[in-house]
Structure formats: structure tokens, C-alpha cells
Design a binder for this molecule. Sequence first.
Ligand code: ATP
Ligand code: MG
Length: 502
Amino acid sequence: MTLKIPKEAKDAAKQLENAGYAAYLVGGCVRDLVVGKKPKDWDIATNATPEEIQKVFPESVYENNFGTVGVKTGSNDETLKILEITTFRSESVYEDRRHPKEVKFVSTIEEDLSRRDFTVNAMALALTGNKKLKTNNSYKLSVGSDLLLVDPFGGQKDLKKKIVRAVGNPRERFQEDALRLMRAVRFAVELDFKIDPPTQEEVAKNAGLIEEIAKERIRDEFTKIIMSDRAAEGIILLEDAGLLKYIVPELREGIGCGQNKHHIYTVFEHNVRALNYTAEKGYSFKVRLASLLHDVGKPRVKRGDGPDSTFYNHEVVGARMALKIMDRLKFPKELVEEVGHLVRYHLFYYNVGEVTEAGVRRFLARVGPENVDDLLKVREADRIGSGVPKAFPYKLRHLLFMIEKVKRDPISPKMLKVNGTDVMKILNVAPGPKIGWILTILLEEVLDDPKKNEEKYLDGRVGYLGMLSDKELKKMSEKARETKEEFEGGAEAEMKRKYSVK
Ligand code: ATP
Ligand code: MG
């Protein structure tokens, strides 16, 4: 076996060894090297204390009190810019299944490896230049002329067998730190491995402990699952392991929830298949999550059963659910809103010849031109995930053509040739709700006919509208807001789709 170790990592280990310390590559990078994947980061473990590490590397930054020192290498490679060097440690006493009560420095790599979660993550790689390593322990394997693999828990064997297996007693390990429940699933999907049955059994038995874990940590593992190529398998595995009910229980409402004659899959299966498509395509996290959640509202609005069941308003209910789910998982507010928005508008109806340019402008005004790409991706995922894809590409191309056509037309109040200040000047009034009502009414007219976006005409309209009572203006602006573009989703679209001839 030849393992390619970058010069930066080798040099850092050598520097520590030259100063009289032991140094090993550990964790994810060793695992990835052995399976031939490019490591995401390079971690080094050593018996030097943080203060001693800093003396060896004057350029280092000691960021926290857990014994990790960041060493700048000057490399241009993102994964090598900073090497994390950590003092051998054990975390034997866990206070609350989250944080080790204390970080205890230990003197051997074996002790350090024994606190790690899974066997494939509990291997260490040393440069054989270090004389201290020449022992006869059977788990130390020479892997190449200048490398020694320290593998006390059979990580290499498990890599070959493609299994994720806890180091030591799985029950104890999950009870120490319940995040490992999620990590077991995450590594299984990232590596395309199975979870070893005794380990999986303990994941299922201890699934409820995940509730004690900080949402941010769960979010980070969940994100990695969604971003893996096998994201869909990850969701199924979370369900099989009894974890989904603590993370996104709303998705489980779709299990066994049959749909109507347009669908062959249950709601759950359809959502998961939509996610699968986006993962295959390598789409963004936002699109993946929106696709997974796009029909999450269906079970709650389902009426009737069998081929004619309906799901009116599921995009509105689903969007609200998506916001709640993501909020709960502590995703950043902006992302939460963007995903909610995609779920809200995923169900638009578009048919060549039925939709006018004004309709396309209203669609753009509602959805936001910057979201069209993502929305179409979610729509694609919806279509492919249904298992019965209807001809869409032509319609899609046509919609894009229409969007191109109206792209420069005014679709937001900001794009109107009069603004709030103008309105106040013309009418000689102070700021107030009236200004907003008038702009909304004007925009509605301009969405219908962009030629009306002309200063003289709009000034005249402002003068006229200014004469109306507040009550009338308010009513008119509310009506303008309610105008639906012709291919807005929801009940109407569903009716159309149901009864239109295809
Ligand atoms: P990735 O390639 O995604 O970074 P990784 O294996 O490096 O995967 P990290 O979360 O970066 O995973 O953790 C680095 C190493 O630290 C792991 O390989 C494992 O040995 C150890 N580790 C991390 N988290 C835990 C945990 N909760 N319990 C035990 N060991 C852990
Ligand atoms: Mg890592």
C-alpha cells in the first residue's frame, strides 16, 4: 500500500519528532487515505502539550482549551492551510452525554485512539523515522517503506468489510456521547458502508438520547448526511435507526400516506426520491432540503382516499412546516426562509399557450427572479421523484423563453418610474400607509401592461388615486395583492391539472 501524505503534514510530524515528541496522523484523514479518498482535513495527534506544540511551531494559534493547536502551513490547498495538532487525550468522564467533563491528557496514542467513535476513525499513521514506534505490537502494520499504521481496533479490517463499528462497547459509547448515533449514520452514507449489526442495534435502542444533544451539533451531522451522494439512503437509515422521529418527525407523517392517481409512491417515498435526484445532480443544500420537504404538508391536508384524493393547499401548509423544522434545527434564518419560499412556490402550473406575459411577470414578482433556477430544480426533483415523469422539458424551455422575454419588465415597486417620495410630493402628504397602497395599485397595473410604467402616466394616476378615500385605496391595494398569476399553485392549479386534457 502506498499512501500519499502531503509534504506539509509530513514536515509537521517530523518537526515534532525532531523535538523529541511522538506524532501521528489521526482520524478522518487516515481513514480516507486508506480507502483512497482525498481527506478533507489533516489532523495530527502528539504527546506534546499545547504549550510544547506552540514552542515547536511559533506560527501557531491556540484557539481553545481542548488541547488543539492550529498550525499555519502557508499551503495554498484549503485542506492543508491549517493543520490541527491535538495533544493525546482521553475523555473518559462524560457529564451530560454531550461534553466530556474534563479533557485528560494521556501519554499513548492507544489511549487516544480508544476514545474515538468508530474503528475506521480510530487509526493512526506514523512516520517510521520515529524510533519510539519500533515495537512488536501486532496491530502496528508497516504500510509502505516509511509509514506505520497503528490500528488497535481493527479499523483496516472494517474498512475492507465496509462496516461502521463502534470502538469498544457500542452501548457505552452511545451513552457517553449521543451525537455518535447521528455520526454512525453519517459515516455509513458518506462511505457507502453498513452499520455493523450490534452497533446498529444499539443505535436503535438508544435513539432517544439524541434529544439531549445540542441542536447545532445535530444540524451539522444532518447537513453532512443531506450533502452526501447517498442522502436519500441517509434519510431511510435515520428512519430505520429510529432517529428520524427525533430530527424531522414531520417527514414520518408521509409514511404509508398514499397519493392520488397521478402518483405511484407514498408521500414519504416521493419526498425521499426527490431528494435523491438532487443529490445525484450535486445540487445545493438549499435545493436538496426544499426537495426533501416540498410535499411535507400533504398528509395534513389530504382529503379523501385512493385515486381521487386531494391535497389542496399543501404547499402553504408545507412551507410553514419547513420553516418550523429548520428553525428547530437552528439553521440560519436566511436559509430557513429561502427553503420555505421554495416549498411555498414549488407547485406552479405552466402550460404553453395558457399563460400570458402578464402571468409570467406576476410569477416572477412573487417568486423573485433570483429564485427561478432553484425553483425549477425543485420542480425537476418533484417530477423525477414521482416516478411518472410527464413531458416537461418543452414546457420548461418555453417558460424560460417567456421569462427571458419579460425579464426587463418592471415587477417590483422599486422598478416603478415613480417612487414614494414622488407620491408624497404630488399629493403633498406626509409618509403613511397611503403611499404603500398607491404604489401597490400602480405596480399591479404595470404588471398587466409594462408600457404604463411611464412617469407622465403614473403621475396622473397618482393624482387620481390621491382623491380616493383611505378606505377605498386600502381595498384596491389588497385586491391587487391577491391577483394570482395564472399559474400560481394551490387549489386552482390542482383542479386544472386534474381536469385538463394532457
Ligand atoms: P470528516 O472527513 O467528515 O472530517 P472525520 O472522521 O475527520 O470526518 P470529524 O468530525 O472531523 O470526522 O472528527 C475527527 C476525528 O475525531 C474522528 O475521525 C474521530 O476519530 C474523532 N471524533 C470526532 N467526533 C467524535 C465523537 N463525537 N466521539 C468520538 N470520537 C470523535
Ligand atoms: Mg475531519
